[in-house]
Design a protein around this ligand. Structure first.
Ligand SMILES: CC(C)(COP(=O)(O)OP(=O)(O)OC[C@H]1O[C@@H](n2cnc3c(N)ncnc32)[C@H](O)[C@@H]1OP(=O)(O)O)[C@@H](O)C(=O)NCCC(=O)NCCS
Length: 162
């Protein structure tokens, strides 16, 4: 596989990643990262709508490159996590875990008690990550996701923040 334009990021220490809010000028890079990380990425339009509407979008930045994003919505005392993403070449380095830790800290700071999300039933890595951080399965949405072969179920998971 072509290591891609970010391959120089490999093997560097990742302790110094920064997290900041996204703005419209970041869309092109987020879009590019989406298509690297997801089989069915969000479109440019969906991402633009997220940033202009009532969504919160944070970016993970390392050595001035955007290496991940996280998009969620806050509704009353609940956060609905819609998207969490780490560039493939940097996955399995604890950054997904770092994203969820950051989200939990955000929730505490805003007195939010619950985080809810959907995940494809086939996404074993994400499910493992969520379970590790205390998310529990609370339901199943039949055919929630578009997939290469039609539709795929979405598992609904929830974490209680104390
Ligand atoms: C899900 C995602 C955000 C996790 O990010 P990450 O940086 O790889 O996560 P972490 O490094 O913190 O690893 C989390 C767990 O998954 C496991 N894992 C990560 N990548 C793995 C891989 N390629 N193979 C096997 N296990 C893997 C890790 O071992 C870890 O578990 P452990 O701590 O028990 O060892 C990332 O895989 C991603 O962006 N995927 C594409 C987008 C996506 O599916 N988002 C979730 C939508 S609901």
């Amino acid at each position: 596989m072509d290591p891609g334009p970010n391959s120089d990021l490999n093997s560097k220490p990742l302790q110094s990643v920064e997290i900041r809010l996204a703005n419209q000028s970041d869309i092109a890079v987020i879009c590019q990262n989406e298509s690297l990380a997801y089989e069915i990425p969000w479109s440019d339009k969906i991402l633009r709508d997220c940033l202009s509407e009532n969504y919160v979008c944070f970016l993970m930045v390392f050595q001035n490159k955007i290496i991940g994003h996280m998009i969620f919505q806050q509704v009353l005392d609940e956060i609905h996590l819609h998207n969490v993403c780490v560039l493939p070449e940097l996955q399995n380095n604890g950054l997904g875990d770092r994203w969820l830790e950051y989200l939990e800290a955000y929730a505490k700071e805003h007195q939010i008690r619950n985080i809810i999300l959907e995940v494809r039933v086939s996404n074993l890595i994400a499910k493992k990550l969520y379970a590790k951080r205390g998310y529990r399965e609370i339901g199943l949405r039949k055919g929630y996701y578009q997939s290469q072969n039609g539709r795929e179920d979405g598992l609904v998971m929830k974490a209680r923040i104390d």
